[in-house]
Write a protein of this length. Structure first.
Length: 278
């Protein structure tokens, strides 16, 4: 009986240590979630304004006159950007991304793998990997994101890829988010505006050439930022669930410990009373 009490005490000590770790990580991830969520909301107005201007301009574009709007039908492959996390302990966040990517990417396609978890997962992948951006670690690396946008724009204009996709995690709220396949290029022209078309200065071609890079950078950065928020939300939820499980396990072990200790005390009293009656 004494051995059982000792075993349970060791188990309680171990679970208590895990509880402290998950509680601390929950607090850290919650703070990070709030930080990145505020940043996402702060940039939302700017992103929406850029989208409104782009839709207005794109509505007057003839697709055949601009390479950004023309699908490269002669190309034989697509390019996928797979965005994962570089850190773990975020539940099924990365696995959902990998499942969607595996369903879309074919052996003939190329892929830019971002995040240490995806690099590790696809180290023996069947498709061709673009190694230029493997040092990317998080949304903080804005210079790397600009390089990615410049690279995909250049490659698409050259006609190397039929389509360019971004596989990321779309944010709905802190509990609901899901992997998404976003078509980056070619761009889609909007429905024609009825009535008078917008006046473009100095001319339509010059305006589109200057607007498209801004629009692409804004769209891709917004999706990266959304994924960052989802990652922190997933990690916060995972740590909260782990903390709750540890609490429930500690309660169960405490009850078990009390029963074992009571049993040990009863046994000792019985032995003492039995010895005194001999």
């Amino acid at each position: 009986m004494a051995q059982e009490v000792t075993r349970i005490k060791k188990r309680i000590k171990s679970v208590t240590g895990s509880y402290k770790i998950t509680s601390a990580m929950k607090l850290v991830s919650t703070v990070k979630l709030k930080k990145w969520k505020n940043k996402m909301l702060a940039t939302k107005d700017y992103s929406l304004r850029i989208d409104e201007i782009a839709k207005l301009v794109f509505s007057s574009v003839e697709e055949s006159n601009n390479p950004y709007f023309v699908k490269n039908d002669k190309a034989e492959k697509n390019l996928y950007i797979v965005l994962s996390s570089s850190l773990g302990l975020c539940g099924a966040y990365n696995n959902n991304i990998f499942r969607l990517a595996s369903a879309h990417i074919t052996p003939n396609d190329d892929a830019i793998i971002l995040g240490k978890k995806a690099i590790s997962h696809y180290q023996n992948g069947e498709f061709t990997k673009i190694e230029n951006f493997k040092e990317y670690s998080s949304i903080k690396d804005e210079a790397m994101i600009k390089q990615i946008v410049a690279y995909i724009s250049e490659q698409y204009i050259k006609g190397i890829y039929k389509e360019i996709h971004l596989i990321y995690t779309a944010y709905k709220n802190s509990l609901v988010f899901h992997p998404c396949d976003y078509l980056v290029l070619p761009l889609k022209s909007e429905e024609k505006i009825k009535g008078y078309p917008p006046i473009m200065e100095p001319n339509q071609e010059a305006l589109i050439d200057s607007l498209v890079p801004i629009y692409l950078k804004n769209s891709v950065y917004a999706k990266f930022l959304e994924s960052e928020v989802c990652e922190q939300a997933a990690r916060s939820n995972a740590m909260e669930n782990a903390t709750k499980n540890a609490e429930e396990l500690l309660e169960s072990l405490q009850i078990e410990f009390n029963k074992a200790r009571q049993g040990a005390i009863t046994q000792e009293i019985t032995e003492i009373v039995g010895a005194s009656n001999m």
